[in-house]
Design a protein around this ligand. Structure first.
Ligand code: SF4
Ligand code: SF4
Length: 494
């Protein structure tokens, strides 16, 4: 009941008011990384080295190397990956796409989306554990630096409890300094994907006063990366990433998951010395499963969950619990695999299928889209040609009786080196081209040009006022395109 008295003595006898944090406390933990009162629960995951960790490390370092190499390595004279949004031109593994390549870009987008959906249905959250930059950089760059500077998980935990001691201050400063260097390298490389490495190098070596915008952008991006890897960490996966939520929808009971096998592990329980001896002699203990309840799988989990509680949204399939548990199982003389890659159906001893309707559909769509895309990319011409009528007179009858049609030809170089193009007439017989420099022109890498062309044809080629021009555009290196366009002439012509 609410206290309405003003008597101080009476007030002293009453219970002190409850703290707001107590009032707001949740009945049970909402998130593994959050205390009941909503404060952050800091994670100190113990590194578990094992076969899965080694494989993930190899994949992770390949991905890191690719990230830094793709804007630098050249393919067909272009960076292997250059997303030039300002000029609406995209170089992807030596192939140039323009914003006008609607079909190609649409197919590329569809292929990427279907690949993600297909991979998730088949391999579950494999992206989170093996490919996502958040996991890869955290586990193979930032956490190793933290371990190097601040020591083991137990040492960090102890130091954090002591508050800001001089020891913690200098270690944190060194760690953040190293983080900032890595983050700056990452943000510069990221920008190189959009402005090219050459432009980025000129900005970096030029006077800072000329590129304040660039320095500001780099500073903000670097600060965000440091914030993410030094502080935000697993919160990105557990509360911020929309793809993490989407993946749960895309998975089914046959998708690959990291799971604890309760039929083998339960009833879990610690062993007495005598029981340990019996197990070593191969004697199966009554009423005890293989899980010795050591907690190694929980201590190693970067998102703080207990894999034995079943499939959880916070699980990023990092496989650390597999390595942790395998080491324990080997240590106690049991088969590894109590925690392993499997599927919900397999764990529940239900029939498991690889080929299920949704996977057949995704595979069919993926094969279709990627085949069409591959065909179009491998058969793409080295240059684009489009011809349209000029907007002046439909045609001109010259003093010698020949008929001139004026066209505009739009040309674009699709490769990373210059091309010398030449336009010649194939049909109608007797027609010639009038154009600047005899219809020869040079296109620089990626350049687009409009060329004025006049096709002068004998009067007699026009039937009912119409005829067709057939032109050849060649680059002198074997690549050519044939284009046709309707020409207009006098109706009286035979
Ligand atoms: S439960 Fe296992 S696989 Fe999932 S996030 Fe934790 S350690 Fe990684
Ligand atoms: S690491 Fe293995 S044995 Fe230890 S608690 Fe986890 S599941 Fe049980």
């Amino acid at each position: 009941m609410e206290n309405t008295t003003n008597d101080p003595k009476q007030e002293q006898k009453q219970d002190p008011p409850e703290r707001p944090s107590h009032i707001l406390e949740a009945p049970e933990a909402v998130l593994s990384t959050m205390n009941k009162d909503g404060t952050r629960k800091w994670m100190y995951p113990k590194l578990s080295k094992g076969s899965m960790y080694t494989r993930r490390k190899i994949v992770g370092w390949i991905l890191i190397a690719l990230f830094f190499a793709l804007p630098i390595v050249k393919m067909n004279g272009e960076p292997a990956m250059f997303l030039d949004i300002v000029h609406r031109r995209f170089a992807i593994f030596g192939q140039i796409f323009y914003a006008t390549d609607t079909l190609l870009l649409m197919l590329l987008g569809l292929t990427l989306v279907i690949s993600v959906v297909w991979a998730t249905a088949l391999f579950g959250r494999v992206w989170c554990g093996w490919g996502c930059p958040q996991t890869v950089y955290m586990e193979f760059i930032f956490r190793p630096i933290e371990r190097l500077v601040e020591g083991t998980e137990a040492q960090r935990k102890r130091r954090d409890k002591q508050g800001w001691t001089p020891d913690k201050v200098w270690r944190t400063a060194v760690k953040l300094f190293l983080y900032t260097i890595i983050a700056a390298a990452m943000s510069h490389t990221f920008v190189a994907y959009f402005v090219s490495w050459d432009v980025l190098t000129s900005w970096m070596t030029g006077a800072p006063s000329k590129h304040w915008g660039f320095f500001l952008m780099m500073g903000i991006t670097t600060a965000l990366i440091v914030f993410d890897f030094a502080y935000f960490r697993e919160q990105m996966c557990t509360i911020a990433c929309p793809y993490a939520r989407l993946q749960s929808v895309l998975m089914d009971p046959d998708s690959l998951i990291v799971s604890y096998d309760p039929s083998r592990g339960e009833t879990r329980g610690r062993r007495t010395k005598a029981q340990r001896e019996q197990e070593k002699q191969g004697i199966k203990l009554k009423n005890l499963g293989d899980c010795i309840d050591c907690g190694a799988c929980v201590r190693t989990c970067p998102t703080g969950i207990d894999i034995r509680d079943g499939l959880q949204l916070e699980c990023i399939s990092c496989t650390q619990c597999i390595d942790a548990c395998d080491a324990i199982m080997i240590g106690v003389g049991k088969e590894p695999g109590l925690v392993r890659y499997t599927s919900e159906n397999k764990i529940d001893n239900k029939p498991s299928r690889i080929l299920r309707p949704r996977l057949v559909l995704y595979t069919g769509l993926l094969v279709l889209f990627s085949s069409v895309l591959l065909y179009l990319v491998t058969h793409a011409s080295m240059f684009d040609i489009n011809m349209m009528r000029a907007t002046d007179k439909p045609f001109t009858v010259l003093p010698d009786g020949q008929v001139s049609n004026h066209f505009k030809m739009r040309t674009q170089n699709r490769i990373g080196s210059s091309q010398d193009l030449q336009v010649t007439v194939i049909e109608p017989e007797g027609a010639v081209i009038k154009a600047q420099n005899d219809a020869k022109f040079t296109l620089k890498p990626g350049q687009m040009k409009y060329i004025d062309l006049w096709i002068v044809s004998p009067n007699e080629v026009f039937k009912s006022g119409q005829s067709t021009a057939k032109l050849r555009v060649s680059n002198g290196s074997g690549a050519e395109q044939i284009i046709e366009h309707k020409m207009l002439g006098p109706v009286s012509a035979k």
